[in-house]
Design a protein around this ligand. Structure first.
Ligand code: GDP
Length: 295
């Protein structure tokens, strides 16, 4: 995960670690390298700027300059500031205790929506819930079938009305169905597109208004770096999303999306999807992620 970024950051900081005393020049040089590694990892430039300024300011302060191990102190500051840009603690899913909880999954086609829908259902089922999946993607051929296959693999039922009914109606009927059959969590798999377009957004807004979901989770492909952040900005403008699931983090992702989302759209990353298998969903902990990046 983010091997390239990790290597480069570790390299830049390693040079500081061995030194007995640090000068402003040492810190400047190291920060230049850190900055380059973050930009190469496709982290948003505003995020990089804020980050570098905070680290520099703190590194020139007494917590480093008066420390016996100044290099390690800088590493600690880098760690803390990485955590800060990713949003501090874990962001839990909102789950109602006395009412049905509704999740709406959205994102561009291929982002990993259907896969993550299955993973989330599996996780909630393991937590003792009775989830229902809802097939609202009536446009992509085989989308309904794919959700059924995913549902079957995690032993969670799928509500579908074929591809001739309006997705808003499907969502409404699914709500009645969930109530009637005692489901406590409803996860709606919505349609994606290759690119953002108005008609998709209008449909999603209509589903949102109908269902009033507890969580609107946006699926973002980590491999797409800054593009993922742009997608997040647009979806957030239309839908006021509640969180992000970052997918394909197991691939050759550079880290840009993970490190920029919180700062740019101010919404938490809730989970990481780290593979195609149904058990490959991890809760996102900014602290653990910073440790992974810094090695
Ligand atoms: P959707 O169009 O957004 O519903 O995307 P899908 O769930 O169909 O996923 C698109 C492709 O990405 C499929 O081939 C999935 O197996 C794959 N995929 C989804 N999530 C992950 C992930 O976390 N890691 C990897 N390596 N592949 C994934």
């Amino acid at each position: 995960m983010f091997e390239n970024l990790s290597d480069k950051l570790q390299n830049a900081l390693q040079k500081l670690k061995g030194k007995g005393k640090l000068t402003e020049k040492d810190i400047d040089l190291a920060m230049k390298e850190v900055k380059m590694s973050l930009l190469e990892a496709d982290v948003n430039f505003k995020v990089v700027k804020t980050f570098i300024n905070s680290v520099k300011e703190r590194s020139l302060g007494s917590e480093v300059m008066e420390s016996l191990t100044p290099g390690q102190q800088v590493v600690k500051i880098v760690h803390e500031e990485l955590v800060k840009i990713m949003g501090q603690g874990e962001s839990k899913l909102k789950i109602n205790s006395n009412d049905i909880t509704y999740f709406m999954m959205c994102g561009l086609q291929g982002a990993g929506k259907t896969t993550a829908t299955g993973k989330l259902a599996r996780k909630l089922k393991k937590d003792g819930k009775r989830p229902l999946l809802v097939a609202c993607d009536i446009y992509r051929p085989a989308a309904i079938k794919q959700l059924q296959v995913v549902g079957a693999s995690v032993d969670v039922p799928v509500f579908e009305m074929g591809d001739k009914t309006n997705p808003v109606t499907i969502a409404k009927e699914a709500m009645k169905h969930a109530m009637k059959h005692g489901h406590d969590i409803v996860i709606i798999d919505t349609a994606g597109r290759l690119h953002i377009d108005d008609s998709l957004m209008e449909e999603l807004v209509e589903i949102k208004q109908t269902v009033k979901p507890d969580e609107i989770l946006l699926l973002l492909d980590a491999m797409t770096g800054q593009d993922a952040v742009k997608v997040a900005e647009t979806f957030n403008q239309y839908l006021d999303i509640t969180g992000v699931i970052l997918t394909k983090v197991d691939g050759d992702a550079r880290g840009g999306a993970a490190l920029s989302i919180r700062n740019v759209v101010d919404k938490p990353i809730k989970f990481l999807s780290v593979g195609e298998k149904m058990d490959q969903l991890e809760t996102f902990h900014p602290d653990r992620m910073a440790s992974r990046i810094l090695g």
